[in-house]
Write a protein that binds this ligand. Sequence first.
Ligand code: HEC
Ligand code: HEC
Length: 416
Amino acid sequence: MIPGKIGLAVGIVGSVAFIRWATLGGGTLGLAFGLLLSAVLLMWVGYMLPRARMILVSVGFFTLMSGIFASYSNWLPQVRGEVPKAEAAGTSKKAEDMTAQELADKGEMIIFGEMGTLHGQGKGQCPLCHGFKKGDVSERAPNLAGIPQRAAERIKDARYSKPDSIQTEAFSGSGRATTAFEYIAESHSCPNCFIVAGFGVKGSNDRESPMPAIHKPPIQLTIDELIAVDTWLFVREGEEAPPVADLRAAYEKFIPAADRAEPAKEAAAPAGGPGPVIATGADTPDQIIAKMACGACHTIPTTGNKFGAIGPVLIEKTSAAKRIASAEYKARVKAGKAHATTPKEYIIESIMNPSAFIVPAFVNKGNPDVSMMPPDFAKKFTYEAVEKMADFLLSIDESAAAKDGIKVDKDGRKAS
Ligand code: HEC
Ligand code: HEC
């Protein structure tokens, strides 16, 4: 009986160790192996120990089934295989040297920063404004599901052939889009060339687009990156992507040579998604603004960010103190949601916890409790960086805006 007891102990310790090993480092395949081996061990020990046979054989059988399930699910074809990150980023390869699928994967990484989820946010920043899943309510910008088909319709729109927006050609003499993929390229490089009805800058009568030109700072994708994004827009609909040469020609039609982002910049900030894009104390305020794309939503006097219109013009030397003194802010303090007592604290709170208080004119009607500011800056700013940003924004007032030719209405909006 003694050897039997030792066998039992060894069996139990062995099984536990196997499962532990497998779950820690072995991945699902390791887990499957661990379970199968444990099952064999348990049944063998059960065979040696008549008194514990029933229980050990049942537990062994259960473990065996789990092992079979684990290995079965491991061998199932994966819906979406792990794409090697470096390859998806494919930064060094020219679009011409990549397959349509490689380009589409790269495009997906640029948009979302991760594969197969339609979540997250890559360097392209598109999900800041756009929904991508059919049925997603995307009230700040059109849902991009079905865009290849819709693009072909857009160019037949009467508003497209008789544009009256603030800019009607990407650059003087560029001409306008004549195909669906040209329409998409034009949307990216000249958002003002056509404004989807209802999505223009508020008060502009759909004559001005809130979308930033994607080839320009702060987003500044290269033509190769834009080709990847467009390829994904087609491939994910099950459509054949236009040939790379045609896509490149479309971008060269709309982006003058002097405005094309250098591929070197692409290498410096690989398409590998947001990764840990962190603003640190080593960055200047301009670098922080560029990294975090504040200019996609905010006009920021003195910095050259003149087009953001989703959030208030950032003239915090003028605004921050007024906000804290407002009845609306005091109500949020009373409710325990907002906590700033100084202008600097107000700015830090606006960045780190944007929904603490929402500037009244910018309340999103569909979702009044949630700010349209990205909610995750708290994870992307070091303390030093947010302090630096707050000090910098506190140096900008109404007169700095006036000097830049930027008018601000009483609500903090850019007045056009
Ligand atoms: C700051 C918000 C914002 C960001 C960021 C943004 N867009 Fe847009 N986009 C808009 C808005 C608003 C419109 C509709 C107005 C217009 O037509 O310009 C639009 C229009 C478009 C259209 C035309 C849609 C249609 O139905 O005709 C395309 C295509 C597009 N965006 C693609 C992109 C891609 C790709 C990215 C990322 C690389 C991106 N956008 C980033 C706001 C944004
Ligand atoms: C996706 C659009 C978006 C981006 C990107 C964005 N903001 Fe905002 N921001 C808003 C909106 C909308 C508001 C107004 C609603 C609110 O108060 O939360 C706002 C409010 C603010 C306020 C309060 C302004 C005031 O006058 O009371 C500050 C400060 C601010 N943002 C700073 C920043 C900084 C700094 C960045 C970049 C690190 C940034 N925002 C990026 C949309 C954005």
